[in-house]
Design a protein around this ligand. Structure first.
Ligand SMILES: Cc1cc2nc3c(=O)[nH]c(=O)nc-3n(C[C@H](O)[C@H](O)[C@H](O)COP(=O)(O)O)c2cc1C
Ligand SMILES: Nc1ncnc2c1ncn2[C@@H]1O[C@H](COP(=O)(O)OP(=O)(O)OP(=O)(O)O)[C@@H](O)[C@H]1O
Length: 150
């Protein structure tokens, strides 16, 4: 049984997330997703959607076999529990493949690291991109654009 682990924040779901998870799933037999904890998302604005709801959305996807919230302190603890053959990184995840491979080796975890490419289909393929669109189209006055509802 080849388990694949994918990780991310998944604040507002979009086609880029689905692409990343489908490509990850194709690498093995089961896809396990680790959802970033609210307290750990520090490299960008805090998530709008709380962690339990972000997890619930991911768990409901057909491509996902199992999903859990990450650990608040030790990112390798869930990995040790899942014991995957492969860990995928998304195209814009800030970890370098080599430093992640080294950290896994140091921790005694035998998993391959694979970088998945960017989705290049149509649609809004970024959580912040969707939020920007919401602000532009639904918050008249804040960005100079007008609302077209009455
Ligand atoms: C191998 C691996 C394990 C991770 N484990 C956790 C974890 O246990 N808890 C957590 O909050 N974030 C964990 N993360 C980080 C997030 O899931 C996410 O990848 C990170 O916050 C980058 O967020 P982004 O998807 O917004 O770029 C892990 C990331 C990787 C690559
Ligand atoms: N357009 C995309 N194409 C392929 N993978 C993507 C795309 N957008 C996000 N991912 C991947 O999905 C996972 C979760 O991403 P994350 O929740 O950070 O989404 P995001 O849309 O990039 O968020 P934000 O806009 O807040 O940076 C990460 O591994 C990320 O690389």
């Amino acid at each position: 049984m080849k388990r694949v682990v994918a990780t991310g924040t998944f604040d507002i779901l979009h086609p880029g997330h689905i692409y990343y998870m489908e490509k990850s799933r194709e690498l093995g037999d089961e896809l396990h997703v680790i959802v970033a904890r609210d307290v750990n998302v520090r490299h960008k604005p805090a998530p709008v959607v709380p962690e339990e709801q972000r997890l619930c959305m991911i768990q409901s996807l057909a491509v996902v076999d199992s999903a859990c919230l990450g650990d608040t302190e030790d990112m390798f603890r869930p990995i040790e529990e899942i014991d995957p053959s492969i860990i995928t990184l998304g195209f814009n995840q800030h970890f370098s493949e080599d430093s992640l491979r080294k950290a896994l080796r140091d921790r005694g975890i035998d998993a391959e690291v694979v970088r998945i490419g960017a989705y290049n289909g149509s649609g809004y393929a970024g959580s912040r991109l969707i939020m920007k669109r919401i602000l532009e189209t639904r918050c008249p006055g804040e960005d100079g654009e007008t609302d077209n509802t009455d």
